[in-house]
Design a protein around this ligand. Structure first.
Ligand SMILES: Nc1ncnc2c1ncn2[C@@H]1O[C@H](COP(=O)(O)OP(=O)(O)OP(=O)(O)O)[C@@H](O)[C@H]1O
Ligand SMILES: [Mg+2]
Length: 184
């Protein structure tokens, strides 16, 4: 009984592990001698495994916030903690390392390389991550299978089909097995 209770507590702690913490995030653009704030007083906690939507009218700063969360951009002020690490204090090199390790983006626009085949497009992020060859082959085979694209793997994006564009983007975005997936 005592053992069961212990396991329950461990599960509770694991399932509410804090992944993202934002403290007074600000992002402004200088306009002449003034500052135009796109984000201000943004505070949030996001736990591991949480599924979060960011909603707001056009121009309200959704993409700006996603770029900060995805470590592609920096806040002009405030704190961004990711898995207990102070991202706001990182230099660009460290931020890129974290990005490669943990972040996945599912882009709204095309972010495929036209000259590469579907297979090569899937392989590119894994090459950047220095995933060994055998593991790359396995992961790509799994993805192609999961998205019913085995027969299309040798085709270049332009010559492939229209409808599965989203599927191709998805499989590319999810390819890194990242901790955090951002759709935009
Ligand atoms: N480089 C920049 N310089 C000045 N203002 C900018 C710059 N980039 C974005 N903005 C402004 O920041 C505001 C927020 O833009 P953002 O793209 O984050 O909005 P959004 O909520 O994603 O909008 P949408 O729903 O249209 O995608 C907009 O008013 C935009 O004009
Ligand atoms: Mg946007």
């Amino acid at each position: 009984m005592a053992h069961a209770a212990k396991r329950l507590i461990v599960y509770y702690l694991t399932s509410t592990k804090k992944m993202i913490e934002l403290k007074n995030i600000e992002r402004y653009y200088p306009t002449g001698s003034q500052k135009t704030y796109v984000l201000r007083y943004v505070n949030a906690h996001i736990a591991e495994g949480e599924f979060v939507s960011i909603m707001g009218p056009s121009g309200s700063g959704k993409s700006t916030l996603l770029h900060i969360l995805g470590m592609l951009d920096e806040p002009t002020d405030g704190e961004f903690w990711f898995l207990g690490e102070a991202v706001h204090k990182f230099n660009e090199r460290r931020r890129t390392e974290m990005y490669r390790e943990y972040i996945g983006f599912v882009f709204q626009a095309y972010h495929l390389i036209d000259d590469l085949t579907v297979y090569e497009n899937l392989e590119t992020p894994l090459l950047y991550k220095k995933v060994p060859s055998a593991e790359r082959k396995n992961r790509i085979a799994d993805l192609l299978d999961r998205f019913n694209m085995v027969a299309k793997k040798g085709l270049v994006p332009k010559s492939t089909f229209r409808r599965p564009a989203t599927t191709r983007r998805r499989s590319k975005g999810f390819n890194w097995s990242p901790e955090t997936d951002f759709g935009r």
